[in-house]
Structures are given as C-alpha cells and as structure tokens.
Write a protein that binds this ligand. Sequence first.
Ligand SMILES: *Cc1c(COP(=O)(O)O)cnc(C)c1O
Length: 373
Amino acid sequence: MNIKLARPFIGEEEERAVLSALRNTEISGLFGSCISEFEQGFAKYCECEHGIAVANGTVALHLALATLGIGPGDEVLVSTFTNMATFFAVLYTGATPIPIDIEPDTWNMNPDLLEAKITSKTKAILAVHIYGHPVDMDRVSAIAKKHNLFVIEDAAEAHGALYKGRKAGSLSDIACFSFFANKILTTGEGGMVTTNNAAFAAKARSLKSLAYGTANKFMHDDIGFNYRMSNIHAAIGCAQLPKVEDVIRLKRNTASLYWDWLSSIAELQLPVEKSYARNVYWMYHVVLRGRAAGTRDFVTDFLTTHGIETRPAFVPANMQKVFIERGFTRPDDCPNANYVGENGFYIPCSPDITLEECRLVASCLRAAISRAV
Ligand SMILES: *Cc1c(COP(=O)(O)O)cnc(C)c1O
C-alpha cells in the first residue's frame, strides 16, 4: 500500500480539452480561445475583475511586483514561512524581502509584527495564505492603509479559500496563484495574477508578453518578460475549473476526519479554521509539540515504513543559508516559524483519498507518536 500526499485530480475532460487545443493548432501563449476563457472563468471564480494567465506561480509573483513598480531600494514584508518562490520573486525585482514571523495557530504572517518592520523603504506587504488558510486580511490592510503600502496576496495554495465570505485573490491590490501539479487546481505548470484594478491588469498583461507595442508590435512599450501560459495548459485549466469546489469539498471532508481521529493527541497540533475563514487544506500540515517536539524524523520514518508518504514543512526564509549569507536575515529572526519548520510535516490529503486510507494514516500517526514519546 502506498498513500500519496497529493495525487492530481485529472480525468477525461482534461484529455479532451488538450486534444482539441492541439487539433486546432492553438498551442502557443499568444493565440487560443482557452487562454481568455480560463482567465475569465478563474477571475470570476475568485470574484475578481481581471485574470492574467502566466507560466507558473513564481512568475505570477514577479509579474505582480513588477506591475506595482517595486524595484531596487524597496523593501517588501513577507511571511517567512512559505515556499521560497515568494522570496525569490521579490529578489528578482531588486527589492529586499523582509521576513515576518508567523502566528502559532494559523502559521500565517502575524499582523502584530508588521509595524515594527516598516521603514521609509517599505513599499508592500506580501501575505501568503499558507496551506489554504486565509491571512487575517483586515488587520493587514489597515496597517497597509496607514503606511500607504501595497498589499499583495500569494494565494498559490488557497484557490477557493474564503476570508469573511470573500475569495482569496480578491482581498488585496493584486494576487498570485499557482497551478502546479499538486495545487488545488492544476494545469501541470501554470499561474495567474488576479486584480480588481484595471490599470494594474493592463500593465501586467503587457509586461507578461514582452510589452509588445500597440501601433508597431516591435517597438516595445516597456522592458517586458515572456511569462505567457500556453493555450494547451489553459485548456487543462478550463477542464479543471468546474471541479474546484469538488476538490475543496473532498479535502475539507478529509480534514474533518483527521480532526475526529487526531485532535485528542496532546502532542499533535492540527490545522485550525478561524471563525473568519474557510480553510481549503491544500496540504494537511501537522506539528509535533510537547513531549513529541524534536521527534519528526522518527515519526515520519515510521509512516514511510507503513507506505504513507510525508514531507517536512517549509524551511523558513530566516533559516535559508542563501539569505543568511547575503545578510537579508538572521536565523533567530522568526522563532515561531523556526519551531514549526523543525516540527511540522504533511500527511496525505489527496482529493481521492479513501476513508480507509485516512483511517490508516491516522492510526499509524497515533502509533508513531506513542512510540516517539
Ligand atoms: C507553489 C507555490 C509557489 C510557486 O508556484 P510555482 O507554480 O511552483 O512556481 C509560490 N508560493 C507558494 C506559497 C506556493 O505554495
């Protein structure tokens, strides 16, 4: 038996969509009906006016930052506990990412820590909805407003997550999604920028496609990028869109089973769902605590032996040697994130995981912890 962390949810609809794009020879990112259909469909799903499809989530982040004009000399406040793509994207612009420690329960950026890090160079707050639980955006937005900063969402893990009933991706100046193979909605590789600001949308659309000129295509309007999503990938996205709510329902169902079976274990912290949130549980991330602190290798080895795939939590930005060497951060900058980074890991939460598989994961995890302590 082998229980995978996250199997993509791909079927005949995706096959048909790709085949049809190929047969129409709509294969590039410049032409093809699926691109605009996917952009409009996904933006509508996110309750946003505009969607700009791109090649992946990392370039979605770079494009959003470039659209806001963020560059050398600027500072961007970023949750330290994230996929490092979030930090790399800030660095691509020439700006400096400043790591912010996390809340111990949601593992999201702690808004209380933002003001102490704001300087005359700060231009934006980049909030990551980690593992599909939305950031407390009202608190972030209030601080941004007071200090005249942009807010950007990294919603790469949070398709369909709700904050006070509103969709992730619609809660800031500009937001970014990833459609990598293991994300809630996938195109294999892919990404999207969403915004309600028409000027930002136009700028992002131009920059993503080499900023080709309008009167003379080859007299460029700006220094652009080729960040286009191909129509073949967009075809997969169109086929995926009607399934997103099913995927979320299945993941939330798994989370509720795990809650029933695991929440009585004192040494295990489970994901929360704040009263303001709908968590979409992109990954089901748990943290060992109390007597089980420091036993992650033992626990995950035990699960591996029983055919259950796990993966350690993100290593926070403040622990990354490439950032420490360059003087962007120090290892002890974000103690909450360090604890979670060392004691957290994912257990399987594929949309199609069965009840029996969930039961096996839960009972193995319980056994592993009782042996570890
Ligand atoms: C997946 C992910 C990204 C990067 O997306 P890619 O499509 O892999 O480039 C960025 N930020 C977060 C939080 C992610 O989970």
